[in-house]
Design a protein around this ligand. Structure first.
Ligand code: BGC
Length: 236
């Protein structure tokens, strides 16, 4: 456990907003969340510019955590389906370190959200309902990084993300989107048998049906709070 004190600036890069706040060593917020609209096109240069801007409006911090909407391995981006431009191979953690002079760790956004939500016992899963559909799986608090359920075929020739992502909700309307989310939750519970399934992301507010006993919604802020855990896990 680190004896260093000082804040961790935790940033969640989303398809519509880039949010950040500084956390104390216990993972508690030290300021109100700041949100900047995701620039379009959301290419690496544009996103780095927003991250640099965000760092200038925050209380003192000594390191940075980023939740990123794509596959991330050891700080390097492999995919970013809902952003623009060429992200494959971008060493985001290193770029942010160069830009700010502070150490930086980057994880998939659903993985980071999971860190902010889980209890650390048994199999726990997370689905995020935002621009895309994020997914994460933990066993006794240990993450299996980069579960990309969103791009797996689900029903009617559509992937999970094509069924319940933001674009789908806009096209099919709330009632049928809720039916689709119900189907996704049923499938995930039957296939993975999680002890608890957490549902996060900006579209949670549109859910209208009663969730099964072991399915809980989590506040969006979990995506940022989870940033503290990237420094406790060697994988990042
Ligand atoms: C990406 C995931 C991400 C999710 C939510 C999906 O399109 O492939 O990596 O977690 O969107 O942002």
């Amino acid at each position: 456990m680190s004896r260093l004190t000082g804040g961790t600036l935790s940033i969640d890069v989303g398809g519509t907003g880039i949010k950040g706040m500084v956390l104390n060593p216990q993972g508690e917020p030290l300021n109100d969340k700041v949100r900047i609209r995701t620039p379009r096109p959301a290419d690496p240069a544009a996103i780095l510019k927003v991250i640099a801007k965000l760092t200038k409006t925050q209380p003192d911090f000594r390191r940075i955590s980023i939740g990123f909407p794509g596959v991330v391995q050891y700080g390097v981006i492999s995919s970013a389906p809902n952003l623009d431009g060429d992200w494959a191979g971008v060493p985001l953690a290193e770029r942010v370190r160069q830009l700010t002079g502070k150490p930086c760790r980057v994880a998939n956004d659903a993985d980071m959200q999971g860190y902010g939500a889980i209890e650390g016992s048994g199999v726990e899963m997370v689905l995020t309902l935002g621009t895309g559909m994020g997914s994460a799986v933990f066993s006794n608090g240990h993450l299996v990084p980069n579960l990309e359920l969103g791009h797996h075929p689900c029903a009617d020739g559509l992937t999970y993300e094509q069924l319940v992502g933001k674009a789908a909700r806009k096209t099919c309307g709330n009632a049928s989107w809720n039916q689709r989310v119900k189907l996704v939750i049923d499938l995930v519970r039957r296939i993975w048998n999680p002890r608890v399934l957490y549902i996060g992301g900006g579209n949670v507010k549109h859910l209208t049906f009663a969730l099964p006993h072991n399915v809980r919604t989590v506040a969006n802020v979990a995506g940022i709070i989870g940033g503290i855990c990237l420094w406790e896990d060697e994988d990042h």
